[in-house]
Ligand binder design. Structure first.
Ligand SMILES: Cc1ncc(COP(=O)(O)O)c(C=O)c1O
Length: 343
C-alpha cells in the first residue's frame, strides 16, 4: 500500500497530517446514521439510486452520468481497471493513488511535473507540448491539488480540456477538495463529455470512516465502470446519509466560513515562521518547505508536544523537506504555529 497521512500512535496527538474538516461529524449525519440502523439487515441498494438521485439534483446532472463508490479511492482503481488506458499523463506532484491504480491496470505512466521553485505554476504551453509529444489516452489532474493546494480556475481548465480534446485524450479530474475552494466543480460549467469528475465526500463532511465518493462522467465511461464494479461496495450508512447531507445548507455555511477564515489566518501565520516557506493554498491544507531540517526531524520535535504533520517524501518531485499541514480549529492552528516558531 502507498504511504498516506494519519497518526496511529498514542492517543492525544493533534494530527495535522490528515486533511479532514475539523468541524467533525454534523448532527445531521449522526441522526441519519441512527435512523439508518434498522436498514442494515437488508442489502444496501446495489446501484445506490437514492444517493445518485440526490447528487443528480444537486449537480443538475442526469442520474445515468453518476457512479457511487466506496470512497473516491475505489473509483480511481475502478476507472483504471475498466478503461485500461495505454498511456496516462499525471500532473505531478499529486495524490499517489493514481499512479498505483493505473500501473496495476497496465498503463504506461508519464509525468508533467510542476516546479516547486516556480510556485507549482501551470504552464499551458509546456503542458500542450507534453500532451502532443506523449499523446496520452488519459490526463490526470487533481484540482485543487493534494498536496500543493494549488487550484486551476475555470478559464484555464477550459483551455486544458481543449488541448486534451485535440489529442483525443480524456481528462480524469479529481475534485475531492473542491468544496474548500468555494468554487463549483468544473463539470457544471463544461459538461462531462471529455472528463470524469471524481468527488470524495470524506474530507468536507469529515467521514473517512464511512467511505463515500462518486464520479460524474459521460454515459459510456460510467457504463464501463459499472460493468467492472464489484457488487455492494457501498454500505447502508454511507448511502443513506448522502441525500441528507448534500443539501445541508447550515453545515455548508459553517464549513465554508471556517475554511476561508482559517486559511487566511494560517497562511499569514505560517508566512511569519522563519524555518519554512509556505505555498499559497486554495484548499484546507498547506504545503510547506523546511529550510534547515527534514520533516521527520520536525515531527520528532512536534511529537514532544503532541503534534504531527505529513512528511511529503513519497510525492513525485518532493522530498523529506516538504510537509503538509492540515487546517484545524483556531486553537490548534495557533498552537502549531506557536510551536513552529520555537523549533
Ligand atoms: C486527492 C484525493 N483524492 C481522493 C482521495 C481518497 O478519498 P476517499 O476517502 O473518498 O477514498 C484522497 C484521500 O486523501 C485524496 O487526497
Amino acid at each position: 500500500m502507498n504511504k498516506h497521512g494519519g497518526f496511529y500512535g498514542r492517543q492525544g496527538v493533534v494530527d495535522y497530517s490528515v486533511n479532514i474538516n475539523p468541524l467533525g461529524v454534523s448532527d445531521n449525519i449522526r441522526q441519519a446514521i441512527i435512523s439508518s440502523i434498522d436498514n442494515i439487515c437488508k442489502y444496501p441498494d446495489i446501484g445506490g439510486n437514492a444517493a445518485k438521485e440526490a447528487i443528480s439534483k444537486h449537480l443538475n446532472t442526469d442520474v445515468d452520468n453518476i457512479i457511487m463508490g466506496n470512497g473516491a479511492s475505489e473509483l480511481i482503481y475502478l476507472f483504471a481497471r475498466a478503461i485500461q488506458p495505454k498511456k496516462v499523463l499525471i500532473i505531478e506532484p499529486t495524490f499517489n493513488e493514481y499512479r498505483r491504480a493505473f500501473t496495476l491496470a497496465g498503463s504506461e505512466i508519464y509525468s508533467y511535473v510542476l516546479d516547486n521553485n516556480n510556485d507549482f505554476t501551470f504552464d499551458m504551453d509546456a503542458f500542450s507540448n507534453k500532451v502532443e509529444e506523449i499523446k496520452p489516452d488519459v490526463v490526470v489532474l487533481c484540482n485543487p491539488n493534494n498536496p500543493t493546494g494549488k487550484y486551476i480556475g475555470i478559464d484555464l481548465i477550459g483551455k486544458l480540456v481543449d488541448i486534451v480534446k485535440q489529442e483525443n485524450s480524456f481528462l480524469f479530474i479529481d475534485e475531492s477538495f473542491v468544496e474548500f475552494t468555494g468554487n463549483e466543480p468544473i463539470g457544471s460549467a463544461i459538461g462531462y463529455e471529455w472528463i470524469l469528475s471524481l468527488r470524495s465526500m470524506t474530507k468536507y463532511y469529515a467521514v473517512p470512516g464511512l467511505r463515500i465518493g462518486y464520479a460524474v462522467s459521460n454515459i459510456k465511461v460510467i457504463e464501463m465502470m459499472e460493468k467492472y464494479k464489484e457488487p455492494w461496495t457501498m454500505n447502508t450508512f454511507a448511502l443513506d446519509i448522502v441525500p441528507k447531507v448534500i443539501e445541508d445548507r447550515e453545515f455548508h455555511e459553517k464549513a465554508n466560513r471556517w475554511v476561508s477564515e482559517e486559511r487566511e489566518y494560517m497562511y499569514d501565520a505560517l508566512k511569519k515562521v522563519e524555518v519554512l516557506e509556505v505555498y499559497k493554498s486554495y484548499s484546507n491544507f498547506f504545503l510547506c518547505k523546511l529550510k534547515y531540517f527534514s520533516g521527520n526531524k520536525l515531527n520528532e520535535e512536534l511529537l514532544k508536544d503532541d503534534m504531527f504533520v505529513r512528511v511529503c517524501d513519497d510525492f513525485v518531485s518532493l522530498n523529506d523537506r516538504f510537509v503538509r499541514i492540515a487546517l484545524k480549529g483556531r486553537e490548534d492552528n495557533f498552537k502549531l504555529v506557536s510551536r513552529l516558531v520555537r523549533v
